[in-house]
Write a protein of this length. Sequence first.
Length: 85
Amino acid sequence: MKVVEKIKDILNIDKRKQLVFYFDENAGDNTFEEELKAIEGAGIKVASANDNYFELKYKLEMEWRGEAVFIYHPFKRPSNEELKK
């Protein structure tokens, strides 16, 4: 899979960084679902970002420390102004 190879390349750039963030503005049409399965099949943990960011942070820092994680956001990337709010 092309997507899996791209993610592996990103992870190999800096071994200390094991997180890849992806914002999917087309999440409602489920077109990325097969890629998510392929990413998991390649040994990269897939975590969907939802409203419970505290739980995600806990898992990243305590349970999944040192593991490669693809963080899937089923919404478009917020603008810089929205992030400041």
